[in-house]
Write a protein that binds this ligand. Structure first.
Ligand code: FAD
Ligand code: AMP
Length: 475
């Protein structure tokens, strides 16, 4: 095998592997190096997302939600079930199978695109050389015209709380519980904390989520966050805001979690503790001496708007660089960089990156919240449509939530769209496309939406922005 490539990608997660595939499609010789090891010690491409993030979490969210529905909602449909139960081991096995198919699929995609997969550690050296250390310990020095750093991120540790891999775990550990803890504490009410808390709550764990901030989901539109809080409360997901965790200790009767809130010092005793306080860029042993690549004060690889590090031929993408830590953001960066390397057009529109929280109801948004648009000095108009007024949502017994559009009052340009409700993560795609094309709310109003579909809520929200909704009274 050649030791010289047009492109070497270090990291095979959702940022790195698409970069490698697109480079291959662009007829460049490319290698993708990844060091991930599964729990059983086997190498796997796909990074955090496929192995320990997006995919396994969605598998368990789906299983737990189905169980919840079977227990609480099937009877509303007139379906009688007796003795509904669940088997965590079977759920975990299904999840593992989905992960395996997904990660092995990358190898097939690499083969089709002519990408050379290398399992082991990659380290950038000066002069666009890469030191590759295979999992067997063998070292080789590779050279490339371009190197793409896609080393991802890792869970943020919390001082005073030591992971033991069993009782005190990170998000990956929380996806691998062998049984349902009777009492669970999740630290952090961010996207990951809420999703993991939801999985185990639905399966019966008494779940407390401790969040240092006084506001739930401060990044979401305030109306959405308020609606979400209402539903989480109904689900008995005990979210305690203004609760800053300072430490945890494993004792005979459980994990003692120490936190401070407005009333002073508190202790919570649980069976398992999940730390989900955010993620930080992972760049451990990524850069050799004299590469010229710089990290910022938070440890992110410094890049410009086109993911260039400032060192000729060295690029960085995904969670290890600025911007939201999302798989689809990394993927777009990877594809754009591979196209730029091939001398083609490549660009990421950072204003239209959708965010999705896979709770029930689901939450999704793109663009500015009403509060952000107003704070930026925009005069805005908004239109909202509740799923309770959607025939399809009612038929699905999924009338919770709403769709909200924020548009510029003068130009009618759509500034943001916010959905809380059934399939919000799917519905938001229409809004992303609309914003990508700089659509006005009138453009959405004049677009035909099939009936009866959930997407009609988007249509009606756009109409409501001009007080022209048909299926709700306009106020
Ligand atoms: P990673 O996926 O972290 O991949 C980096 C890869 O590089 C890893 O395999 C790592 O082992 C490897 N690597 C690092 N350094 C080296 C080196 N020196 N040599 C060789 N290999 C190296 N995002 C979403 O968009 N949607 C979701 O629903 C979602 N859910 C999530 C749920 C959880 C529980 C978690 C933890 C995250 C979730 N995320 C989600 C975030 C998402 O997983 C990340 O944004 C995404 O994985 C980042 O992709 P990446 O390729 O930049 O990094
Ligand atoms: P995210 O960054 O979206 O994954 O969310 C992580 C959440 O954890 C944020 O909302 C933080 O405010 C919260 N957080 C961080 N440190 C602590 C802490 N010590 N105690 C409780 N919550 C915390």
């Amino acid at each position: 095998m050649s030791d010289s490539f047009d492109v070497i990608v270090i990291g095979g997660g959702p940022a790195g592997y698409p970069a490698a595939i697109r480079a291959g499609q662009n007829k460049l010789s490319v290698a993708c190096i990844d060091q991930w090891k599964s729990r059983d010690g086997s190498a796997a491409f796909g990074g955090t997302c496929l192995n320990a993030g997006c995919i396994p979490s969605k598998a368990l969210l789906e299983s737990s939600e189905l169980y919840h529905r079977a227990q609480h909602e099937f009877s509303i449909h007139g379906i009688k079930l007796e003795g509904v139960g669940f088997d965590v081991a079977a759920m975990q096995k299904r999840k593992a199978g989905i992960v395996r198919v997904s990660t092995q699929g990358i190898l097939a995609l690499f083969k089709a695109a002519g990408v050379t997969p290398l399992t082991g550690h990659g380290k950038l050296l000066a002069g666009r050389r890469v030191e590759f250390t295979g999992h067997d310990g063998a070292k080789r020095t590779l050279t490339a015209r371009h190197v793409v750093l896609a080393s991802g991120s890792e869970p943020m540790p919390l001082r005073g709380v030591t992971f033991d891999g069993e009782w005190i775990v990170d998000s990956w550990g929380a996806l691998d519980f062998p049984d349902v803890p009777k009492r669970l504490c999740v630290i952090g009410a961010g996207v990951i904390g809420l999703e993991l808390g939801s999985v185990w709550r639905r399966l019966g764990a008494e779940t407390v989520v401790l969040e240092a901030l006084e506001t739930l989901l401060p990044m979401a539109d305030a109306a959405v966050a308020k609606e979400a809080a209402r539903h989480f409360k109904k689900q008995r997901l005990d979210i305690r805001l203004g609760a800053r965790v300072s430490g945890a200790e494993i004792r005979a009767d459980g994990v003692h979690v120490g936190y401070a809130d407005a009333r002073g010092a508190q202790t919570l005793v649980v069976d398992r503790l999940v730390v989900a306080i955010g993620r930080r860029p992972f760049t451990h042993d990524l850069l050799g001496d004299g590469t010229g690549v710089r990290l910022d004060e938070r440890g992110f690889v410094q890049v410009d708007e086109h993911c260039r590090t400032g060192v000729e031929g060295v690029w960085a993408i995904g969670d290890c660089v600025r911007g939201p830590m999302l798989a689809h953001k990394g993927k777009e960066e990877g594809v754009a960089v591979a196209d730029l390397i091939a001398g083609q057009y490549g660009h990421v529109n950072y204003k239209t990156i959708p965010s999705v929280i896979y709770t029930a109801p689901e939450i999704a948004w793109v663009g500015q919240t009403e509060e952000q648009a107003k704070a930026a000095g925009r005069a805005v108009k908004t239109g909202s449509f509740p799923f309770a007024a959607s025939g399809r949502a009612r038929a699905m017994e999924a009338g919770a939530g709403f769709c909200k559009i924020v548009a510029d009052a003068a130009t009618d340009e759509i500034l943001g769209v916010h959905v809380i409700g059934p399939m919000a993560g799917e519905l938001i795609a229409e809004a992303v496309l609309a914003m990508e094309y700089s659509a006005s709310s009138e453009d959405l109003q004049r677009t035909i939406h099939a009936h009866p579909t959930l997407s009609e809520a988007m249509h009606e929200a756009a109409l409501a922005a001009d007080k022209r909704a048909i299926d709700i009274p306009n106020r």
